[in-house]
Design a protein around this ligand. Structure first.
Ligand code: GTP
Length: 327
């Protein structure tokens, strides 16, 4: 079976980190987002097609080095970003039967094998994973009947028009006939242009429980890190992670992931992600912050709610800022 992973977006909300690293390769708990997604695929998926575009060479490099056991990875280029539907159409030559489509930036507890069984138990042309939220207007929403059939679907409605709290959680199962509905060579939104056409053809929603986080923005990226570290704590008794060859002086606060080759002097750090090669001098306060590769934070600095680009030298106090070396 094949799975298409949508991995070609610009990741603008994750700038400045995505100026140098495509969002699917940004790590949570020292593992790229896309690898979390691939690891969640069932064994029955033996071919993974990455529908890519932005910084594709870095994705290719990553998958040359990282061997996914039991699965063949195809990193496929889009001549230009084609939108979520156009991206799937662009890889149609790789698809010959029922297939998954998954966003590269979703961290969730969905059981894709159960989801596939659910799909096969219906006479369906397509299915969407379904999650309940309090703020449905930021997402695609849909209404389900008792059998899980989708009755209505609407992408990002106005708050007063939101008819349901059930949102599109970003994992689709589609029959190849859906490809015939997507025009070739055009930018097409799967959610806005194709899903409404599936409603009369057997379109289902699969609800699941546990956790679901769309890691599209820094706050949700940190939330995913926290959620996974809480699960890590249940197994290993600690809610932080320190990468190989990293040195940390003193105690770490809660929910901190530290990459490889980092040096952290005595400082106060919590709910943050530190990528590889970072140096943090003593007396710093780091909270709710993501620090890019090879950054130096000079002693006594304070970073709260910040995102720091790769290789920046940070000094002083910063709150809710995106820090770039050239600023
Ligand atoms: P923002 O610019 O911050 O909105 O991020 P994004 O570009 O990643 O867009 P969004 O978060 O809406 O994308 C959801 C998923 O679809 C991500 O996994 C993206 O990589 C992917 N995606 C979005 N647009 C395209 C596209 O045009 N082509 C491909 N191949 N993937 C896309």
């Amino acid at each position: 079976m094949q799975a298409v992973i949508l991995s070609g977006g610009f990741g603008t909300r994750m700038r400045p980190l995505t100026y140098t690293t495509p969002k699917p390769l940004l790590p949570i708990m020292n593992k790229p987002l896309i690898q979390h997604v691939i690891d969640s695929l069932p064994e029955s998926v033996d071919e993974v097609v990455l529908a890519s575009n932005y910084k594709i060479e870095l994705l290719r490099e990553y998958f040359e080095e990282y061997d996914v056991k039991g699965k063949t990875i195809h990193v496929v280029d889009e001549p230009k970003p084609m939108g979520t539907g156009g991206a799937v159409k662009n890889v149609e030559n790789y698809l010959d039967d029922t297939f998954f489509v998954i966003n590269a930036d979703i961290i969730s507890s969905i059981d894709l094998e159960e989801y596939f069984k659910f799909f096969k138990s219906k006479e369906a042309i397509g299915a969407i994973s379904a999650w309940e939220v309090d703020n449905p207007e930021e997402f695609g929403i849909f209404e389900l009947d008792d059998m899980g059939r989708i009755l209505r679907f609407e992408e990002k409605p106005n708050a007063w028009e939101a008819f349901s709290n059930t949102i599109n959680a970003g994992h689709y199962i589609l029959e190849p006939e859906v490809l015939d509905l997507i025009p070739s060579g055009e930018k097409v939104s799967m959610e806005r242009e194709i899903f409404p056409q599936l409603i009369d053809k057997g379109f289902y929603g699969f609800k699941f429980s546990g956790h679901w986080i769309d890691c599209g923005r820094p706050t949700s990226f940190l939330e995913a890190n926290k959620t996974l570290l809480k699960l890590h704590e249940k197994e290993h008794g600690v809610n932080h992670l320190i990468g190989e060859k990293s040195y940390v002086e003193g105690d770490l606060g809660d929910h901190v992931s530290i990459g490889m080759d980092c040096t952290l002097e005595e400082c106060d750090i919590s709910n943050s992600i530190i990528l590889d090669g970072v140096e943090i001098d003593e007396g710093c306060v780091i909270e709710d912050t993501i620090i890019g590769y090879d950054v130096t934070v000079e002693s006594g600095s304070s970073l709260k709610g910040c995102v720091v680009a790769d290789a920046v030298i940070v000094d002083g106090d910063h709150t809710d800022e995106k820090l770039r070396g050239s600023d």
